[in-house]
Design a protein around this ligand. Structure first.
Ligand code: SF4
Length: 712
């Protein structure tokens, strides 16, 4: 399996920080990793997961041969079976009767060809991704405010800021290297202030000067109250202290629309109302508001606590409103910053791998964009309306509207809301194809066709991290067994469906070059995503590609590191939109389901543990699933630490061990998302999560779920 001794620069396949990794294969075949000191995301740092990569690359548990209807077979048979069955289904029931459900674990090149096949050649937009579960609300919020899905800032801004507000993110565990960078910056400049906005007192609170343990989903009230305060800072010392005026009237007048409307909505949020809705006392609120109002260099980081909500998009816009109103955007040390969960959630957005997007961040609802994409691809068609977003996609499968689905590099029977409903849907689907690295997970038993895919250390391609930085992931090891690259598998199916010319790539470098070319094709600067400078990349240039931040358009010498400091938004009038938002109450906690469940990550595991579960070292941190309960709730329930508790919602139930801790707020319970049926028989927490989604983004609410808790 091992090539000759070598050292390869690649990237970590876990979180959206996108750390550079140097992988080494010794002469004895020993595989090791260390942080890449030259990579601008991590400068040599790695967290526990990245450091343990060498322990997760072995051949054990791998899917190594294609299988059709339970029988091992050769690639030609398997690919022809998939292509024929998809073609027959489309011929009989139309393009929208098939779907792809893909993954933020795919590389950009894999994602690009899957999206191209579905949207341009099959003619449906039924391709959605597990990234829908992590950042779709940020995408929708960005598009509403900026006219494009553009992260304005860079990681360096965290180190340059005087105030960092972390909203709904346990960075210390979920984006550990970025947290380390922030901690180091705070140590170097002790005047830097950090505010954590999170219902739980997570490990991230250790760095916070102020922790605001607000009620789940009450962020809109908090940030509307802030906008009101910024505009009319009664009680604020900002003016008398000579600090900057909070609202930047020039910026608002020159570069935005909607300030008055957003403020009008916010004016209803006086301190008393914000206090009532958030559960925070007025002194805490005033401290936060004063700090924000009086600090020019503010970065607001937000992640799944904001996004995974039925009001996720409105929460994002409530945050963006405050930055737009103060002009604190796109400047060194200043701006809103969405932290993406997965290693290539951003790359998926770039290729349009979401049911409501087109390639190169173009919009499916825009006829000119559709024409550009179809013309560039020379495709017979292009999808004209959005396809089914993740939750709706599986609902459509269960209803029989989608009759063939191809799941790539993800495990929806564990990770989707109403996970048992997803299992029912797949059981009823006439054709389920699964491409994966592993031979066993909770989704594979439903597959009629199993296709062995390449794993992290075997792949060549690119990923984009949270700060728009595109980095190469490079092959270190040979493909084991009959495993093949995801892009190759998709292209071979496309070829057998009659689209050979459009999918004839000699390697991922040609796919990347095409991706770069479409980003600049007929792009007069009105589209933010432009990496046309790489459209002529050949194999050698691709192999040597150094990490870079987009945009990199053809021939533009001035480097754009940040967006929007001087306006330049991507709405047709070039102006941003402040969006009026109002709070809505969360789930109907009731007598039967009186607790609020929040789900999330732990430090040392990733997703459904197909990789990190292979490392005993990683499992030694937290070896089994658990439910964090407040001591007062535990007392009421007669539950002691380490007792088994049953948590139930109308959709399912889990049995896990109680972890009684004051870090958890009373009335709420936290259960990690990682443990699957494979690792713990009754701990699939997504069986509890209802298929409720944000109306703008389609992102499911994986937090703030009404549940019942009892001693088991
Ligand atoms: Fe990998 Fe994220 Fe850890 Fe970096 S911070 S090593 S990208 S898991």
């Amino acid at each position: 399996m091992n090539d000759a001794r070598k050292e390869v620069k690649t990237t970590c396949p876990y979180c959206g920080v996108g750390c550079g990794v140097i992988a080494t294969v010794g002469e004895d075949g020993a595989f090791s990793v260390r942080g890449d000191p030259d990579h601008p995301a991590n400068f040599g740092r790695l967290c526990s997961k990245g450091s343990a990569l060498a322990e997760t690359i072995g051949p054990e548990g791998r899917l190594l041969e294609p299988e059709v209807m339970g029988e091992r077979t050769d690639w030609d048979t398997a690919l022809s079976f998939v292509a024929d069955r998809f073609s027959e289904t489309i011929a009989e029931h139309g393009p929208d009767s098939v779907a792809f459900y893909v993954s933020g674990q795919l590389l950009t090149e894999d994602y690009y060809v899957a999206n191209k096949l579905m949207k341009g050649f099959i003619g449906s937009a039924n391709i959605d991704t597990n990234s829908r579960l992590c950042m779709a609300s940020s995408v929708a919020g960005h598009r509403r405010a900026f006219g494009s899905d553009t992260v304005p800032g860079t990681y360096e801004d965290l180190e340059l800021a005087d105030l960092v507000v972390i909203v709904g993110s346990n960075m210390a565990w979920c984006h550990p290297v970025l947290y380390q960078r922030l901690a180091a910056a705070k140590q170097a400049r002790p005047g830097t202030r950090v505010v954590l906005v999170d219902p739980r007192r997570t490990m991230t609170a250790d760095i916070a000067d102020l922790h605001l343990p607000l009620k789940p989903d009450s962020d809109i009230a908090l940030f509307n109250g802030l906008l009101r305060f910024l505009a009319a800072p009664e009680g604020s010392k900002s003016d008398t202290a000579g600090r900057p005026a909070p609202v930047d009237a020039d910026y608002v007048a020159s570069h935005t629309e909607g300030f008055d409307e957003a403020l009008e909505a916010a004016l209803a949020y006086d301190m008393a109302r914000v206090s009532r809705e958030t559960g925070l006392d007025e002194a805490q609120l005033a401290e936060f508001y004063e700090l924000f109002a009086g600090t020019e260099k503010v970065v607001t980081l937000y992640s799944q606590g904001v996004n995974q909500s039925v009001v996720g998009t409105d929460k994002v816009n409530a945050i963006l409103n405050c930055h737009l109103a103060t002009g604190r955007i796109g400047k060194a040390g200043s701006g809103p910053f969405s932290l993406t969960g997965q290693p290539n959630a951003m790359g998926g957005r770039e290729v349009g791998g979401l049911a409501n997007m087109l390639a190169a961040h173009m919009a499916i609802e825009n006829p000119q964009h559709r024409q550009i994409v179809q013309e560039f691809w020379g495709s017979p068609t292009v999808a004209t309306t959005p396809g089914k977003k993740a939750v709706d996609l599986f609902t459509a499968i269960e209803a029989g509207d989608i009759k063939a689905v191809w799941v790539m590099a993800t495990n929806p029977v564990d990770s989707m809301p109403d996970a048992d409903g997803v299992a029912r849907a797949l059981a009823a689907c006439p054709l389920v194809v699964v491409s994966d690295v592993v031979a066993e997970n909770d989704t594979l038993p439903f597959a009629h066709v199993r296709l062995p895919a390449a794993a992290w250390a075997e792949k060549d391609g690119t990923v984009t991290n949270s700060e728009r930085r595109i980095s190469r992931q490079r092959k270190v090891l040979s493909l084991p067994g009959k495993a093949r690259h995801d892009w190759w598998i998709v292209c071979e199916v496309a070829r057998r469906m009659g689209f050979a010319d459009a999918f004839a790539y000699a390697g991922p470098h040609e796919i990347f070059a095409e991706h770069a070319a479409i980003s600049s094709y007929r792009n007069d600067g009105s589209r933010a995503f432009d990496i046309g400078a790489h459209a002529a990349v050949d194999r050698s240039a691709y192999d040597g590609l150094a990490p870079f931040q987009w945009p990199q358009p053809v021939g533009k010498l001035e480097k754009t590191t940040r967006f929007f400091a001087r306006g330049g938004f991507f709405h047709p009038d070039g102006r941003a939109r402040l969006v009026p938002v109002t709070s809505r109450s969360g789930p109907e906690a009731c007598r039967d389901f009186p607790f609020t469940l929040n789900t999330g990550r732990v430090r040392d595991h990733w997703h459904t543990m197909t990789r990190t579960g292979l490392s005993p070292r990683l499992s030694s941190h937290l070896g089994e699933p658990f439910a964090e309960l407040h001591p007062a709730d535990a007392l009421d329930l007669g539950v002691a630490d380490a007792d088994l508790v049953e948590i139930a919602s109308p959709y399912g139930s889990v049995i896990v061990r109680a972890l009684v801790t004051g870090r958890q707020q009373q009335g709420s319970v936290f259960v990690p998302m990682h443990w699957t049926g494979q690792f713990a028989a009754r701990a699939r927490v997504d069986t509890l999560v209802p298929p409720r989604t944000d109306p703008h983004s389609g992102q499911p609410a994986s937090k703030n779920i009404a549940v019942h808790v009892s001693r088991f």
